[in-house]
Design a protein around this ligand. Sequence first.
Ligand code: SF4
Length: 107
Amino acid sequence: MAYGQKSGIDSWNQGVAPDGRIVKSKTKPLLRAWEWQVEAACRGMKSSVFFSPPRERGSARKRREDGARAVCIACPVRLDCQNFAETYRQQYGVWGGTTERERRDRT
Ligand code: SF4
């Protein structure tokens, strides 16, 4: 199953992680401003896919960011996510397929 693809059962929050695992989440966003996250390809995934551990640098950072971008590229709410990150100036992590450095360089 591809990212964002619906299944017949609990369709809104199921996807496939980069390592092939099926990931599910029963949590629902509480705020309307976050409603787009219901369709996010990353729902239920570990935040460590998108956010760096302390002192991550060089090729390790690039590998993690490339893995995060691979999730984002097929995400149906990618533009909502990117707009959210820019609007609310998210300083850390990969949002909408953009890295923290890319967002910082745009401003
Ligand atoms: S675009 Fe945003 S919501 Fe979609 S997978 Fe990437 S980080 Fe998650």
